[in-house]
Structures are given as C-alpha cells and as structure tokens.
Design a protein around this ligand. Structure first.
Ligand code: 6PG
Length: 475
C-alpha cells in the first residue's frame, strides 16, 4: 500500500481536491462508483501527480497506508451513509474516514458516535471554496477526534489556502463541530449575498444604473474595506454579457434564487439555540420569497404607495449604500459568531471563535479583508461578547450609521425591499436600546397565562392577580 490518502466520489469537488493532494506530492488512491470518472480524471490529469486507480472498495482500501485516510466527497444524506458503511466494513480500527461534504452536523454527530464504537475515527470536515478552492486551496474545517487530527492535520493543511503563512485549516472541535461551523459559514454566505443583492437592487431601481455601471461600482469597492471574494465575483457576474441576446446576463437570468439547504439549517439551528441570526434568516426567506412564483404573480401591480423621490446625489447615495453594506455585514458576522459560541456551549465543543476568523481569511466563499479585523478582534479579546462592541467595528458602525439609516429610509420610501439591511439595522437598534418592549410582552404573558415576570427593582419572580384585585404576589 502506498497511497497517503484516498478520495471517493469524483464529481468536480472530489476530483479537484484529489488533484490538489496529488499536486502537493501526496499519493492519492481514487475511487468512484462508476470507474469511468476515475479513468477520466487519470486521462486528463494523471500527469499532475501520483494517482492509484482502483475499481472496488476493497482494492481502494488496500491501496492506502495505515492509518488509512479516506475522504468522502459524495452528496450529503443517504449517499454518504451508504459509502461510510461500505468503507467501514473494509477498514480497520484506527483508520480515519473524512466526510468532506456539506453534511448536517447532527448527522455527523451520529456517524462519529457509531464509527467510534467500531474503533474507527470519523472526521466531519467542512470544505469551502467551490470548485476552484478545492483545486487551488480551500478553507477546511475538520471536526472529529483531536488525535485523528495529528495524523490528518498536516495532510489537510498542505492543500488548504494559506494567508500570511497560516493555513486555512485547523482542528475545530469534536464530532459535528466542523460541519456546524461550515453550516454557519454558509449562513453568513447567504447573508452576505443577500446584502450585496440589496445593494444591487438599489443601484438598479433607485439610481437607475445598468448592470455595467453597477459592476464598475463593485469593482471599485473591491479595492477598499469591502474587498472580498463575493464582491469580486459580483462585479464579474454583472459584467457578463449574454451571447444570445446581447443583454447583460443578469438581466436574462430568472430572478428566483435556489438553495440546497445549509442556510435553512443555520436558521433552524439558531432557532433551537435561541440566537437571533436575523440577517441570515432574512436571506433565507428572501430566497424563498423570490421563488414564490404564484404569490409574486398574484401580487404584481399592487399599490406601491411610493413616497419621496429618487436620490439626486448619486455619489452620496453610492457611499451610503457602501456604508450600509459594511455595517450590515458586521451584524451578519456578529450574529454568526454568536451562533458558533452558542453551539459550542450546547454541544460542549469548546470552540475558539478566533480560529474561524483565521481560517476563513482565505480559500472560502466568505473570504474577505474584513476577516483580518475579526481575527484581530478575537486576538485582542478571545472572550468577546459581540463583534459590534469591539472598538474597530464599533467605530465602523458609528461612521456608517447615518448612511445606513438613509439607505433604509430611502429604500422604504421608494418601495424597494431591503430585508437584510433593515433587519440588521433593527438588530443593532434593538441591542443598543435602553428599554425594549419586552417588558410589555412579559406583562401580557403574565396576564393571560400567569407566566410571571421579573422586576427591575428587586430579585424574584412575580405575578399580578389580573383577574382578582390586581395586587402582586411573589411567584
Ligand atoms: C462553499 C459553498 C458551497 C456551496 C453552497 C451553495 O463554501 O464552498 O458554500 O458549500 O456552493 O452550499 O449553497 P446553496 O446551493 O444553498 O446556495
């Protein structure tokens, strides 16, 4: 046996990561349900490194050095379970199975527990960066037993993206921690994309810019604080001209956003954890709204009630949108990091949020200059309560606040939906409020259900005898 790693599931992501390992000098055993994909990879890229072609699972497993390390790159869900079962049957105690798909973290917890009983190590690893990242350096978020990272870490780190000499890969935490963190990464990805979408919408409908003009603005923004992969590709997508019609491609793409599920999972988990991830939730719902074709059809032509005029100072409004985007993005990350901390407590993972900021600086879809700032924030204060109170971000929001409000007001007056900008601003206003209306909510709950409330002036739980003499009793 001579292969240091095996990759099974050779669709684009699997093939690219296998090539990435080979390009870094590792001998890679290849396996795929249909051998045609394996042969195609070897025919096209066999000269990039040392590949071992295998046809059966037994042959695949036999090709690997011990402890055997197999990376599974198949569709999340039942397909993953089937492959794990086949591999586990052929492997021996101490061997490591790595799931590099977008698995639901609770599945990863279940799989890790059952493989541990059989003496195998199971590592649920979030891998971000799309096809290009898989080939040239993704951000990798491996969970699972710490000891398996000793043998696996150097291998994964060798193929990950590198920023300032630091690989974008580190051991995240036990069992499902890696996939949990990848899930939250994707939630933030959704929020970031939605915010960019809202900015685009404002340029289009409030300033009347065409796609090429908007592309130029995003191109410009990508040289400043907002510099990020998503802003960069936004400029590219907006510049693309459709060969058939000669129109900007974005104008001929159907405006119904799809989703494979990771954003939805993030919100479901946040609901269970009680963490307000409003930006991510709005992003998931905005995709759902865009896809509600029957409702959108029925609502066409409803009253707009537009108040006020379009902005006349385009340069000022452009800067306002940039600030609103930056501030809302801070909120989205603050919320995502809150969820990571809450998940860590709930599952006893002992996660280090600063690690995420470090390994998301390169390779992944949400990579951004801004992540350096988040890393610095956690370096300065590993116990940070919320990103929005950290001096750098606090200042950034203070600088942005007038613009942020103007954007939400203008969008509202013009009837342009900005759910993520607006809810992020409300989240900020909610957190900084002296008194929230939750006091009234508590009073109402006590009224109809004797659910009790706490008082501002003394400890304890209290109930007012609403249907009696309305005196207060200690509960
Ligand atoms: C990544 C991406 C990747 C995938 C998304 C797409 O980090 O590389 O997040 O995992 O492209 O899951 O998600 P949707 O299909 O739900 O938009």
């Amino acid at each position: 046996a001579r292969a240091q790693i095996g990759v099974t599931g050779l669709a684009v992501m699997g093939s690219n990561i296998a090539r990435n390992f080979a390009r870094h000098g590792h001998t890679v055993a290849l396996h795929n349900r249909s051998v045609a994909k394996t042969d195609a990879l070897i025919a096209e890229h066999g000269d990039e490194g040392d590949f071992v072609r295998t046809e059966s699972v037994d042959e695949f497993v036999a090709a690997l050095q011990r402890p055997r390390r197999v990376l599974i790159m198949v569709k999340a869900g039942d397909a993953t379970d089937a492959v794990i079962e086949e591999l586990a049957a052929a492997m021996e105690p101490g061997d490591i199975i790595i799931d590099g798909g977008n698995a639901l973290y609770t599945d990863t917890i279940r799989r890790e527990a059952s493989l541990r009983e059989r003496g195998l190590h199971f590592v649920g690893a979030g891998i971000s960066g799309g096809e290009e990242g898989a080939l040239n350096g993704p951000s990798i978020m491996p969970g699972g037993p710490k000891e398996s990272y000793e043998s696996l870490g150097p291998l994964l780190e060798s193929v990950a993206a590198v920023v300032d000499g630091v690989p974008c890969c580190t051991h995240i935490g036990p069992d499902g921690a890696g996939h949990f963190v990848k899930m939250v990464h994707n939630g933030i990805e959704y929020a970031d994309m939605q915010l960019i979408g809202e900015a685009y919408h404002l340029f289009r409908d409030a300033l009347g810019y065409d796609a090429a003009q908007i592309a130029a603005v995003f191109g410009e923004w990508n040289t400043g604080d907002l510099e990020s992969y998503l802003i960069e590709i936004t400029a590219e997508v907006l510049s693309q001209v459709d060969a058939n019609t000669g129109q900007p491609l974005v104008d001929v793409i159907v405006d119904a956003a799809e989703q494979k599920g990771t954003g939805r999972w993030t919100v479901k988990s946040a609901l269970d954890l009680g963490v307000p991830v409003t930006g991510i939730a709005e992003a998931v719902f905005a995709r759902a709204l865009s896809g509600s074709r029957a409702q959108r059809q029925a609502a066409k032509g409803l009253a707009s009630g537009v108040l006020g005029d379009k902005p006349t100072d385009a340069a000022q409004f452009t800067e306002d949108i940039r600030q609103a985007l930056y501030a809302s993005k801070i909120v989205a990350y603050a919320q995502g990091f809150d969820q990571i901390r809450a998940g860590s407590v709930e599952y006893d993972w002992d996660l280090t949020p600063g690690d995420m900021a470090t390994i998301w600086r390169g390779g992944c879809i949400i990579r951004a200059r801004f992540l350096n700032r988040i890393k610095e924030a956690y370096d300065n204060n590993p116990e940070l309560t919320s990103l929005i109170v950290e001096p750098y971000f606090k200042d950034a929001i203070e600088t942005a606040i007038d613009s942020w409000r103007r954007v939400v007001v203008t969008a509202t007056q013009l009837g342009i939906p900005v759910p993520a900008f607006a809810s992020s601003l409300s989240y900020y206003d909610g957190l900084r409020a002296e008194r929230l209306p939750a006091a009234l909510t508590q009073g109402q709950r006590d009224f109809f259900g004797a659910h009790t409330y706490e008082r501002t002036d003394r400890p304890g739980k209290f109930h007012t005898l609403w249907s009696g003499d309305r005196s207060e009793v200690e509960a």
